[in-house]
Design a protein around this ligand. Structure first.
Ligand code: MN
Length: 162
């Protein structure tokens, strides 16, 4: 079953980009563009991971991360923060709010997916390789009997010569 990722991001283009990227890697992605809906949606969707934008109108990612981590049920869901700020102070603020990882914008798509996989234990491509298709063992062909090699010894010509 596909792992579920809730994506909280007010920028519609980024929201679509993240969701498309996740779906291309076999995750079930659920977009949330209004941060005020994030906690309720997390409860309904029961994601395996939350991707959280930090800069949003109405409510910041920091506030949402703190709120999620205070919730007895939701706190177990790992949170990957996404932010335009890449300074050390920002990273510390993000981590102290309770985020498990953070990726800075502009996003490296490769790094984004790597971080997602690292935060979800059995992410699709981290699972064991699919079993090889079963193939019937090939029957060893018995050597065909030589049919045209029936040497019938010539009857000895017996010429009676008197
Ligand atoms: Mn934003």
């Amino acid at each position: 079953m596909a792992k579920r990722v809730l994506v909280v991001e007010d920028n519609e283009l980024n929201l679509k980009l993240f969701c498309d990227l996740l779906r291309a890697h076999d995750f079930a992605a659920e977009p949330v563009s209004d941060g005020r809906e994030a906690v309720a949606r997390a409860r309904d969707f029961a994601p395996d991971l939350i991707v959280m934008d930090i800069q949003m109108p109405h409510v910041t990612g920091y506030d949402l991360i703190r709120e999620l981590k205070r919730d007895a049920e939701l706190r177990r869901i790992p949170i990957m923060a996404v932010t335009a700020y890449a300074g050390r102070e920002d990273e510390e603020r993000i981590r102290s709010a309770g985020a498990d990882a953070y990726v800075s914008k502009p996003i490296s798509l490769m790094r984004f997916i790597e971080e997602v996989r690292a935060l979800i234990p059995a992410a699709p491509e981290a699972e064991m390789p699919a079993p090889e298709p079963e193939s019937a063992p090939e029957l060893a062909l018995e050597p065909q009997p030589d049919t045209d090699a029936t040497d019938t010894p010539d009857a000895p010509e017996t010429e009676a010569r008197d």
